[in-house]
Design a protein around this ligand. Structure first.
Ligand SMILES: *Cc1c(COP(=O)(O)O)cnc(C)c1O
Length: 404
């Protein structure tokens, strides 16, 4: 049984007040809240076995190493990677994307083409533009439509034997659209291109199976799925990770070092230079355990209820427009009130204890498409309730009255 009131007790922050009102946290697409189990893992690490990993012969170091590698195995199992060394621990999605973009510099030549989608977060646009500048490759864009969906026939037209790489997010953070990545991956492979999927927005809602998807790279941030900030994972197929050069040089990533020649460590260590976020990695594992204990099927079904309820209730407000109306969506509602700046609405909602995001959501090309400066984005998690959505709706109505 899915009991939201029981689940809410796992999140200490949900008990607090903001501006004298009970907190209504609807900024989950920016970062999720942290359950006690994950907080406990962090406290336990620093209280009981804080030590550097893979280095010391002493017991603390071995304990920390074991726990860190255990977390890697949890991540491997969760995303169903074939091998644990295909899981590279990163500082987050942005780091993972930059690692791959940097690695492809020497694998691309002038005139090669890379394809990105119109629905991307800036962190899945800028590193590829930088890659194109370095390598002379050409960036092509899959356009979007009024529903906030990718135009797949245009994607078909962009693909050719010149295509070497395709980058697309699994779910758009600005609109909530779930992209048809299965078909995007199949079509890219048919022309011999590799695919990186940005799973940052999908990981709190969908349990991605990297083998079933046959995806070449998949990246996530722990903080989008109940884990801490500053840690994430890059999944890469072994054949690709072996081909890519190291991203950063330093300790931990070498086999042998001399001033004449340095040889690199094997996977995954080749890509893990320096002391990692040890505590964060372990807490990431705890977050995965926590979410799996609830179950992604239940999470998805409940969040869908919230999405439908919020959409219906918000559309009762005259002059309110929702951006991103695909049938394939997660629990994100991006909207505007006719003639009112999203920032002003967000500020008033904050006074009422309601946390939403306003602005371009790191996805300016989407805002340009709709010719708007930004939206108000309410993004729901499995620990939110319909009663909280009622607070949002009343708040938006009040804001509309005060601002028009
Ligand atoms: C949050 C997010 C990112 C960036 O994640 P970081 O943790 O800031 O690196 C990238 N892409 C999408 C779709 C996101 O939602």
């Amino acid at each position: 049984m899915f009991n939201v009131e029981t689940i809410r007790k796992d999140f200490p922050i949900l008990q607090r007040q903001v501006n004298g009102k009970p907190l209504v946290y609807f900024d989950n697409a920016a970062t999720s809240q942290t359950p006690q189990r994950v907080i406990d893992a962090i406290v336990d690490y620093y209280s009981n076995y804080n030590a550097n990993i893979h280095r010391g012969v002493h017991s603390l170091s071995q304990e920390a190493t074991d726990k860190y590698e255990e977390a890697r195995l949890k991540i491997q199992k969760h995303f169903n990677a074939k091998k644990s060394h295909e899981i590279i621990m990163t500082s987050g999605t942005t780091h993972g994307i930059n690692l791959v973009a940097s690695g492809f510099t020497s694998l691309l030549k002038k005139g090669d083409e890379v394809i990105v989608s119109a629905l991307e977060h800036h962190s899945n646009i800028v590193p590829w533009q930088m890659l194109c500048e370095r390598s002379g490759a050409v960036l092509k864009v899959i356009p979007m439509n009024d529903e906030g969906e990718l135009v797949m026939s245009a994607y078909d037209d962009l693909l050719s034997e010149k295509t070497k790489l395709v980058f697309v997010n699994h779910i758009s953070n600005a609109l909530g659209t779930i992209n048809p990545i299965e078909s995007i991956i199949k079509k890219a492979h048919a022309v011999g291109a590799a695919v990186l999927v940005d799973g940052a927005q999908a990981c709190p809602h969908i349990k991605a199976d990297v083998q079933a998807l046959d995806v070449d790279f998949y990246v996530v941030s722990a903080h989008k799925m109940c884990g801490p900030t500053g840690v994430g994972m890059l999944y890469g197929k072994e054949e690709w990770l072996s081909k890519l050069p190291p991203y950063q040089g330093g300790g931990e990533m070498i086999a042998e070092v001399s001033f004449e020649k340095t040889t690199y460590a094997g996977l995954p260590h080749k890509f893990e230079a320096g002391t990692p976020n040890i505590c964060g990695g372990i807490a990431f594992g705890a977050a995965i355990d926590y979410m799996n204990n609830i179950g992604f099927k239940k999470i998805d079904a409940y969040e869908h209820e919230l999405l439908e309820y919020a959409t219906k209730r918000l559309l009762e407000i005259e002059g309110l427009k929702i951006y991103g109306t695909s049938k394939h969506k997660t629990s994100v509602v991006s909207f505007n009130l006719n003639g009112i700046h999203p920032y002003d609405v967000g500020t008033l909602l904050d006074k009422m204890g309601v946390a939403v995001r306003t602005g371009h959501h790191c996805a300016q090309p989407i805002m340009d498409y709709f010719k708007i400066p930004g939206t108000i984005r309410a993004s729901f998690a499995f620990y939110n309730t319909k009663a909280e959505i009622d607070v949002l709706v009343e708040g938006v109505k009040k804001a509309k009255m005060m601002l028009s």
